[in-house]
Write a protein that binds this ligand. Structure first.
Ligand code: KIV
Ligand code: NA
Length: 265
């Protein structure tokens, strides 16, 4: 199988082929998603929420991200694997950002990193790219800044924030980013960014006009029962499936149905 590279992703944009991306945090799931043909797996810092149970993405550490990323990379045969730089691993200065990136690349075998922000982190983006590492940008509702925003509501609905977002996207492209994630912004603003930029724009809650879509795997599979934002399409009720399977198992154990004669040595 032909590996997905930044060049393949760029060609998809030019050809108008939509890019599919999901988050992933472990080996077994990565194997399924890669076999199914996903283009990009993101080892997102949303692992802080869905894997570790934290309220925000802020607590997850670089070491924890590396553990998740190394597990995903071991399973990925075709897809491009991107790893989030977690909160606190890059904001200090560009040297810190590069050091964190080098640890991710050396210790996980991933293919690139994602970093939240625009103008504020542009020196770090340039330094990472100059070291030969592909960088994906992330603008809009950037969850590491949730305490600045104070809300998970749609971003860039006002002119000033929309103008800054467009400017940030252009700065990221000029710095050499291979793609940008736009999170929870108006569809028409995302459309404008996707049209004005040459690199792939991948949306989550950013509408239908962008070059690709990303969702958190747990949301798509319906593992999170109560998380139902408008932008989410659920493809499974895995909470219900696992709940029912667990209850069947409990019943079989209690009633001594499991194990039966053919299930023992
Ligand atoms: O960590 C994450 O899941 C993300 C996606 C929502 C883009 O950054
Ligand atoms: Na993230």
């Amino acid at each position: 199988i032909k590996r997905v590279t930044t060049h393949v992703l760029q060609k998809m944009k030019v050809d108008g082929e939509r890019i599919s991306m999901l988050t992933c945090y472990d080996y077994s799931m990565a194997r399924i998603l890669d076999d199914a043909g996903i283009d990009i797996l993101l080892v997102g810092d949303s692992a802080s929420n869905v894997m570790a149970g934290h309220e925000t993405t802020l607590p997850i550490t670089l070491d924890q991200m590396i553990y998740h990323a190394a597990s995903v990379v071991r399973a990925a045969k075709r897809c491009f694997v991107v790893v989030d730089l977690p909160f606190g691993s890059y904001q200090g200065n560009s040297k810190e950002a590069l050091n964190s990136t080098i640890r991710i690349m050396k210790e996980t075998g991933a293919h690139g990193v994602k970093i939240e922000g625009g103008e504020e982190i542009i020196e770090s983006v340039k330094r990472i790219i100059s070291a030969g590492v592909p960088v994906m940008g992330h603008l809009g509702l950037t969850p590491q800044s949730i305490y600045k925003f104070g809300t998970y509501a749609v971003r860039a609905t006002e002119e000033a924030e929309a103008a800054k977002l467009i400017n940030d996207a252009k700065l990221l492209q000029e710095a050499g980013c291979f793609a940008i994630v736009l999170e929870k912004i108006p569809a028409l603003l995302a459309k404008r960014v996707a049209e004005e930029l040459a690199i792939p724009i991948i949306g989550i809650g950013a509408g239908k006009y962008v070059d690709g879509q990303v969702l958190v795997m747990h949301d798509l599979l319906g593992i999170n029962k109560d998380f139902k934002p408008r932008f989410l399409r659920r493809y499974l009720d895995l909470y219900g499936e696992i709940y029912n399977a667990t209850q069947s198992y409990i019943k079989d154990v209690k009633t001594r149905d499991f194990p039966n004669d053919s299930e023992q040595y």
